[in-house]
Design a binder for this molecule. Structure first.
Ligand code: G6P
Length: 582
């Protein structure tokens, strides 16, 4: 089936269109698209290869109208440089209408419709009223998307028999297409345009156009059957469920294998080996191993550790953390530790039967389901929860925790899914922040204590998916150098849970304000937003596990920034899910 598509957004929509072609595949391989080129409209035609390769458009445009067909016959049509139409379908009275309009009998459907619209405009009707008058004109099924080029901030969709769907994309863009699959995968909420309905969409909220020229807001409801536009967003949103499942397993005592439990009493220290996001999970967990289990804990970047002169300790527990279990540096670092005689090793992975799991004495699986986006989100928080459960179990075994502390820790786990849910509810506010942050060249993300590695991970996410130069700092380190860089063009994102460290971090924020830095604070404290000091109030209910909630908020923030920058979300440039080269 041929398809028509329109995309419009405040930012460049070409990368989103390239993604859409990937979703649609090459069944209809002739593409004709019209988009803005400076103050002109430009038509571009090309054919898709099979399988569809990722296309990198050189041009940038904030709107686009395209047709995909087998013959190349369907194409956007520009009439007298002022009416742009892309139409789908067929009508039995085509020739009759063409002769009435003094057009050639073989003229395209787009040409026919544009001429009908032009006639109505010349008779003094508005563009939306001209569209309304098309109803009843065709003997057959037709649908179209049109633009009055002097008002290029809007498109209009009219369904006269061929299904059309309008969707809001999470980066504030709007998309209209005859393909239900495309819309389902890219947008939510979605509206299926009813027969005879003229829907205006574009840079403002979509509206229904009425015959008398009035408009009314289009009510769009989120559909449960419609998915989200990117795997990364779906994976971020799934975290309350993946974490709750892991907590249930812990309660059912199904997480730790008996042979591992038997070894825990003899452990005197822990070494955590990892790369990328998994390294940040290890850094966060090191606070738990120290506090809950009273164990000396070392965290090592696998890519460095593997070249070091290491001295194993026979009472040391070595945990190699990798969502894929295939990261070459982590695998080699573990091999080195084993060659040097490291006694007890664990692979903590999301992928069962990965290389890492075949090398270690024990395997702990995060069980967060396949993660399709290259950037780790749900597997990262699952690593954190599993490491917390291990630290708690070590604390119980080593009797470093009172019954009251254990009960508090278990209560916190019970609160976790609810708090993560409430964190996800801040998505709109985070998207608003992203609206301000996505155009910045440089960003700082700061936090203290366990929020320091959360800040590192947040900055990592900005680099990975938003391609922004973000640096994570320990809040207390700013004064030792980085503060020189703070000015009104370098926003600082702060993770500030209201705990024993909060007052100190707040005084760091005052120093930043004094240097004209704009501050974006995530906090469950009683703080108010003021000029250049914006606060998102995080849900309370977590203490030790707060890093998970703040990480989720930063995942969403980086995601929204990446979408606004028009980036490819699920497969960022130059990155692979399993980095198998060292
Ligand atoms: C790649 C990915 C990162 C990931 C890192 C470690 O570089 O781009 O997102 O954190 O590998 O992956 P692992 O599978 O070992 O956790």
């Amino acid at each position: 089936m041929p398809e028509i598509i329109a995309l419009i957004a405040p930012q460049n929509i070409m990368p989103a269109f390239a993604d859409s072609l990937g979703i649609l595949g090459a069944h209809e391989h002739h593409v004709a698209m019209m988009h803005a080129s400076g103050s002109h409209t430009q038509i571009q035609r090309f054919t898709l290869q099979t399988p569809v390769q990722k296309i990198h458009f050189q041009e940038s445009s904030r709107w686009l109208l395209a047709a995909l067909s087998n013959s190349g016959a369907i194409t956007p049509y520009l009439h007298k440089e002022r009416i742009l139409v892309c139409a789908l379908g067929a009508c039995n009275n085509h020739q009759q209408l063409a002769s009435e309009l003094q057009l050639l009998p073989g003229c395209s459907l787009g040409n026919l419709i544009a001429a009908l619209l032009d006639r109505a405009l010349q008779a003094g009707h508005t563009f939306s009223a001209a569209l309304k008058q098309l109803e009843g004109k065709f003997d057959g099924d037709v649908s179209l998307i049109a633009q009055y080029t002097s008002d290029a901030q809007y498109f209009y969709a009219l369904n006269l028999g061929v299904p059309l769907f309008l969707g809001l994309e999470s980066g504030l863009g709007q998309i209209c297409s005859s393909s239900a699959k495309l819309i389902r995968l890219r947008a939510n909420p979605v509206h299926e345009v009813n027969h005879g309905e003229v829907v205006r969409f574009g840079l403002n909220a979509p509206a229904l156009c009425h015959s008398n020229g009035d408009t009314s807001p289009l009510i769009m409801s989120a559909s449960k059957t419609l998915s989200v536009p990117h795997h990364m967003l779906a994976e971020i949103q799934s975290q309350p469920v993946t974490l709750a499942a892991q907590i249930d397993k812990y309660k059912a005592e199904q997480v730790f294998p008996k042979p591992l439990l038997a070894k825990l009493a003899g452990i005197h220290s822990v070494t955590l080996l990892a790369s990328g996001s998994s390294f940040h999970a290890a850094m966060i967990a090191s606070y738990w191993f120290e506090t809950l289990a009273g164990l000396k804990t070392q965290v090592e970047l696998a890519s460095e550790y593997r070249y070091r002169d290491i001295h194993p300790d026979s009472h040391e527990l070595m945990i190699a953390i990798s969502q894929s279990g295939e990261t070459a540096d982590t695998v080699e670092a573990l091999r080195l530790a084993q060659q040097k005689g490291h006694p007890e090793t664990i692979a903590l992975c999301n992928a069962a039967n990965s290389t890492l799991t075949t090398l270690t004495d024990h395997t702990l699986l995060t069980n967060s389901g396949a993660e399709l986006s290259v950037s780790s989100t749900k597997s990262f928080t699952a690593q954190l929860l599993l490491l917390y459960q291990l630290a708690l179990t070590l604390g119980k075994t080593r009797k470093t925790l009172s019954a009251e502390q254990i009960a508090r820790a278990e209560q916190e786990m019970s609160n976790l899914a609810k708090v993560i849910h409430a964190t996800l509810d801040h998505s709109k506010e985070l998207r608003r922040w992203a609206g301000e942050l996505h155009s910045k060249q440089n960003l700082f993300v700061i936090g203290r204590h366990a929020m320091y590695p959360v800040a590192l991970e947040g900055a990592f996410k900005f680099k990975e998916v938003a391609y922004q130069h973000a640096t994570g700092f320990a809040a207390g380190e700013l004064k030792h150098g980085p503060i020189t860089l703070v000015n009104d063009d370098l926003p600082v994102i702060a993770c500030l849970p209201w705990n024993a460290h909060a007052e100190r971090t707040l005084s760091n924020l005052h120093e930043i304000r004094a240097n004209r830095g704009e501050i974006f604070v995530l906090s469950d404290g009683n703080l108010a937003s003021s000029d250049k000091f914006s606060v998102i109030h995080m849900p309370s209910g977590l203490h030790d596990l707060a890093p998970i909630a703040y990480s989720v908020a930063l995942q969403l923030l980086a995601y929204h920034s990446a979408v606004l920058r028009g980036n490819t979300i699920d497969s960022p440039r130059n990155l692979a899910k399993s980095q198998i080269t060292a």
